[in-house]
Ligand binder design. Structure first.
Ligand code: EPS
Length: 401
């Protein structure tokens, strides 16, 4: 990614998260309330721990915006950690006379062990603070700005949970009837489908499955265990030709996989039919191409998930993401005390039982960042106005070469 890039900083229980977002074109209208809307969506979710009762995420825009519009200069953001006053001693920037005792039992599945060895740390707090998914709040703030940019070009992103542990929702965008000519759905039609998701405590479109998911979360919490799951993200209204087939790092599916795998606890990413392509024949996998005067080009299915040859093909981009169960468990796993090498139970501190509903919003944000970058590359220009001019010149359907 080179048009839009960003860096974040901040520890989970430090003072704040910060970010610098570079490459946003000038004259994009954005305000803090729009960013907060996304931040609050990320805080939802049955299965979250006590921390979400403390935080009330809101990003302050510190630079790059004047009178409600971007300047083309770097946008910097700050989200305060409301929990910070409870951690002032444990997370003090300055040295203290009575530091907190070091945490020395790494949690299997977490960054603790490899991080302790790599960074020569004898206190796993020095790893967990940054490897915590708290950082994803800032990605959602950055993603909110990218979502706003995309919306000006008719691109919208939706996400929903398809699985938590053993409970699978029957709803998948991929399994919508192919006759639908999916890309032709209006924003209102997509909105109606995803309205149910927004109202669900587990971000699941199927009410029955949602109930089962919540029951499973309760049961798992009782046992002191944790849960992962899967979610699907979809981007609609994309023009043909974002990304490119010409070089490995310009392939859009590669960029999406990278972005999704960078989210905490993500172990697999699939585009469209994903791993299903291995079990089917070509005739069952590839999306037949049709044309009629009214709809232009359209497909009989969207197993490619909207990407062929590393480029958008005009169909919705569909990404399926798999998240592992969280490694912090109140019934901890076997570990070793790294101070004296004796067997001990892994460290436990307050955590979530399941964070899949929150991860959906982070996935949406990461997809928005990748797609906004690809759109800026495609349309060029230093301002939204310039991008819009170029956009008008793109063929609606690629007729009459
Ligand atoms: C997290 C542990 C929990 C989560 C946290 C991620 O935090 P705490 O240790 O303060 O209870 O709530 O997620 C967030 C703070 C957040 O904003 O999503 C972890 O270990 O990754």
């Amino acid at each position: 990614m080179n048009k839009i890039r960003f860096l974040t900083a901040g520890e989970s229980h430090g003072q704040a998260l910060t970010a610098i977002l570079e490459g946003v074109p000038a004259r994009l209208e954005i305000d803090e309330d729009e960013i907060e809307f996304e931040l609050q969506r990320r805080q939802r979710g049955y299965g979250r721990g006590g921390r979400m009762q403390i935080e009330k995420d809101r990003a302050r825009i510190l630079s790059g915006v004047r009178y409600g519009r971007t300047l083309g200069s770097p946008v910097s953001l700050l989200i305060e950690n409301k929990d910070w006053p409870n951690w002032i001693d444990k997370m003090s920037v300055k040295g203290v006379s009575n530091p907190a005792p070091p945490l020395q039992m790494p949690r299997p599945g977490h960054a603790d062990f490899a991080g302790m060895v790599k960074y020569r740390q004898n206190d796993l707090r020095n790893l967990l603070e940054r490897s915590s998914a708290r950082e994803t709040a800032m990605r959602v703030a950055v993603g909110a700005i990218c979502k706003k940019l995309l919306s000006l070009f008719g691109v919208f992103i939706y996400g929903h949970v398809t699985r938590i542990g053993s409970v699978e929702s029957p709803f998948s965008v991929l399994s919508l009837p192919s006759k639908d000519k999916k890309n032709k759905k209006s924003k209102a039609e997509w909105g109606a489908i995803f309205d149910k998701v927004e109202k669900s405590p587990v971000a699941c479109a199927d009410e029955q499955s949602a109930k089962q998911m919540m029951a499973l979360i309760d049961e798992t919490k009782q046992k002191g265990d944790s849960l992962g799951g899967q979610f699907e993200i979809i981007a609609t209204g994309l023009p043909i030709g974002l990304g490119s087939h010409v070089h490995w790092d310009r392939k859009l599916d590669a960029q999406i996989a990278f972005a999704m795998m960078s989210i905490n606890a993500i172990k697999a990413v699939e585009i469209g039919m994903g791993t299903g392509v291995a079990y089917n024949q070509g005739s069952q996998v590839h999306d037949r191409l049709y044309f009629d005067q009214k709809s232009g080009y359209y497909r009989g299915s969207n197993n490619a998930g909207g990407i062929e040859g590393g480029m958008t093909n005009g169909e919705p981009v569909i990404v399926k993401v798999t998240m592992k169960p969280l490694p912090t468990m109140s019934t901890p796993l076997d570990s070793v005390n790294v101070a004296d090498k004796t067997p001990q139970q892994a460290h436990y501190e307050r955590s979530d039982v399941c964070a899949v509903p929150a991860a959906v919003v982070v996935g949406e944000a990461m997809l928005a960042i990748v797609l906004a970058n690809a759109l800026c590359e495609k349309l060029g220009g230093d301002s939204i106005d310039e991008m819009k001019q170029t956009f008008k010149g793109l063929p609606d359907v690629p007729l009459g070469w």
